[in-house]
Design a protein around this ligand. Structure first.
Ligand code: FAD
Length: 387
């Protein structure tokens, strides 16, 4: 049986595991990533909206702070990655327009606007006509909308490719295999045993296995992350040159209670998403999912039915009970978590990488990440038991 050792072993090489490994290696840790297919995962499906302001929800103010902080770090993060790797990651600062198609949607959007303003966020209310002036292909029935110039986008597939390249340059070792079991000795995580039977040891293990993070054998029950998969189906259309520019910014709406968004990339790709389904680890693309997305997107921008349909895909968002990530040290020495990023994993990549590198170096989370300690769920469970 072979074995290998490192300072930091990251289990899972999705966007979150990769950014963690890159930042850890930059701090001087001998770092390894274990994943059968690094650079895969939900980022291959995600739209890449960096939507701290338009994704604001009641009761998620703490998460808003982290989302905004990560959005603030994005320009430097992209500049550093691009300079290091030469990869263009499709970062586009073109803003977002959230629109309403009927009176109910408009009332909801007005509430979101009020919440954004109370939270000190920049967004501007526009009439239907003003919305169409910005995006002439919007349906004539659009009743109004919110212009959010600060919510940008990135191409997540390009971003993970750049992160793999950055990791390689920083000396990160990749083990193309899966973790079968966490190994624990004398009350401390010591590494993993892989499916191929290799033993990988490390001083610190970061569990970043996305929606599968709660399923790794050997992790004591009291530190197992409460993460579940939330399925999302997405379509990719192509905008032929003769139709460009089809849309100049991300356009989104709530249609019959479901979110729909259209994210136009500079290379002509138009991403239409996304369903949100609680179906376990199922990633089947269904006729119903595709139908609903096309139906809702067509109500918003009727011209989409002219565009070639290039791809249909489903992925799994790693979701925690409070929709916020679990970051940093756990109750088991040597085991840290970087998971539960749900619908904001692409947005939260920069702040997550920085927070985990800090925690690996100091044992503590930086101030902005402290509310996201995994220990919050243990504390909540204990207080329920004693109540
Ligand atoms: C439809 C959809 C749309 C989205 N849109 C956006 C968006 O617009 N903006 C945004 O910010 N976010 C978006 N997201 C969310 C974002 O994609 C996720 O939050 C993020 O990709 C999660 O990354 P991760 O690395 O934690 O997990 P994953 O991407 O799931 O990666 C986990 C990795 O761990 C590996 N792994 C699992 N088990 C093991 C094991 N036992 N051993 C070794 N490796 C293992 C897997 O192979 C995988 O590579 C979207 C997600 C979906 C599904």
């Amino acid at each position: 049986m072979s074995s290998s050792t490192s300072d930091v072993l990251v289990v899972g090489g999705g966007i979150i595991g990769l950014v963690t490994a890159w930042r850890a290696a930059q701090r001087g840790f001998a770092t390894a990533v274990l994943d059968p297919a690094p650079g895969g995962g939900a980022a291959q499906v995600a739209a890449g909206m960096l939507a701290a302001v338009t994704e604001l929800h009641y009761g998620e103010h703490t998460l808003l702070g982290l989302n905004l902080e990560s959005a603030r770090r994005y320009p430097d993060f992209v500049a550093e990655l691009t300079e290091l790797t030469g990869h263009d990651v499709g970062y586009r600062r073109s803003g977002t327009l959230a629109v309403a198609l009927d009176a109910d949607d408009r009332a909801q959007l007005r509430e979101l606007h009020a919440l954004q303003r109370q939270s000190g966020l920049a967004s501007e209310w526009l009439s239907g006509r003003e919305c169409r002036r910005l995006e002439p292909l919007l349906a004539p029935g659009v009743r109004g909308g919110l212009r959010v110039d600060g919510d940008h986008q990135i191409d997540p597939r390009r971003l993970v490719a750049a992160l793999v390249a950055a990791c390689e340059r920083a000396g990160v070792a990749f083990h193309r295999d899966g973790a079968e079991r966490l190994t624990v000795s004398a009350g401390r995580a010591t590494g993993v045993r892989t499916r191929a039977g290799t033993t990988l040891t490390a001083r610190q293990v970061v569990l970043a296995a996305g929606s599968l993070s709660g399923r790794l054998a050997g992790v004591p029950a009291e530190v197992l992350p409460p993460v579940r998969p939330v399925k999302g189906q997405v379509l990719r259309l192509t905008v032929p040159r003769r139709y460009a520019p089809f849309l100049t910014r991300t356009v989104r709406a709530v249609v019959r209670g479901s979110q729909v968004y259209l994210v136009p990339r500079e290379n002509g790709e138009l991403v239409v998403g996304a369903t949100s389904e609680e179906l376990g680890w199922d990633t089947t693309v269904t006729a119903g999912g595709v139908y609903e997305l096309l139906r809702d997107a067509h109500e918003l921008v009727p011209g989409i039915t002219e565009l070639p349909l290039a791809e249909t895909r489903a992925g799994l968002r790693p979701c925690s009970p409070d929709n916020a990530p679990l970051l940093g040290p756990t109750g088991l020495d040597g085991l840290l978590l970087a998971t539960g990023h749900h619908r904001n994993g692409v947005l939260l990549a920069p702040v997550t990488g920085d927070a985990l590198a800090h925690a690996l170096a100091t044992g503590e989370l930086p101030a902005e990440a402290r509310p996201f300690t995994p220990r919050r769920f243990r504390a909540a469970a204990l207080s329920e038991q004693s109540a």
